[in-house]
Design a protein around this ligand. Structure first.
Ligand code: 13P
Length: 251
């Protein structure tokens, strides 16, 4: 099984002091891979304070390498100040900033070209799920990114049902497992080399008290955590559950 990947997505929360002290508050991490994604403004400060103790990523990047794109930050710039991972296609970007699957693919390509490992977010709305279109929606969202993931240094796909984000309503283990297996089947069909390279992780109301159940299924290769990643104690508790389960699986 791939090493589990635990990612903190702070969204637009936090401040310089929080970013500076977070890695120290988190402590040492070994058996699982941890990535923290603060707001872009705090990335460099956090990279300096964390001094390699925890890997860092950004929550979004420009699809362009450079140019007259006011307000954008390129993947190369994010890399230069410490990012090694980049989220692309988070549903909040797709909804609030009207990003299309084509935009997401362009961002994914920009990330890979700059040496960043992309985490591509996908997810269906409640309406799409109710209409029986969940699997189809996710397949459509992934269609144009497979070739890019093969070229990436490392990569992940984050299944984040839109209705589970920030709602306190975590998806059932069965729904998560069905979707993760479907994503892995699509990977296998495209190129089986991806099965070892691309981790399929879950996001949406992940908390210390529900992450253990998610990890009972090996189709869940990690988690993308929003609200519960803002407090180093609760994020640490999630890491500890993952580490304990990884140790138990080794025995
Ligand atoms: P919450 O964990 O706050 O539901 O956020 C999930 C998410 O969107 C992570 O990217």
């Amino acid at each position: 099984m791939n090493k589990r990947l635990i990612i903190a997505n702070w969204k637009m929360h936090g401040d310089l002091a929080m970013a500076g002290g977070f890695a120290a508050a988190l402590g040492q991490v070994n058996t699982v891979e941890v990535v923290v994604m603060p707001p872009m403004a705090y990335l460099q400060g956090m990279a300096e304070a964390a001094a390699g103790q925890v890997a860092l990523g950004c929550q979004d990047i420009s699809p362009f390498a450079e140019g007259a794109y006011t307000g954008d930050v390129s993947a190369g710039m994010a890399y230069e100040v410490g990012a090694r991972w980049a989220l692309v296609g988070h549903s909040e970007r797709r909804v609030v900033h009207s990003e299309s699957d084509q935009d997401v693919a362009a961002k994914c390509e920009a990330a890979v070209e700059a040496g960043l490992s992309p985490i591509v977010c996908v997810g269906e709305t409640q309406q799409q799920r109710d209409a029986g279109l969940a699997v189809e929606t996710i397949s459509d969202q992934l269609a144009s990114i497979w070739r890019l993931l093969l070229q990436a240094p490392a990569a992940g796909i984050a299944y984040e049902p839109v209705w589970a984000i920030g709602s306190g309503q975590v998806a059932s283990l069965e729904d998560v497992a069905v979707m993760h297996r479907s994503i892995r089947e699509q990977m296998r069909a495209y190129d089986a080399r991806m099965l070892e390279k691309v981790r399929v992780i879950y996001g949406g109301s992940v908390k210390p008290n529900n992450v253990g159940e998610l990890f009972t299924d090996d189709a869940v290769e990690g988690v993308l955590v929003g609200g519960a990643s803002l407090d180093p104690e609760s994020f640490r508790a999630i890491i500890d559950v993952a580490a304990e389960q990884a140790a138990a699986e080794k025995e």
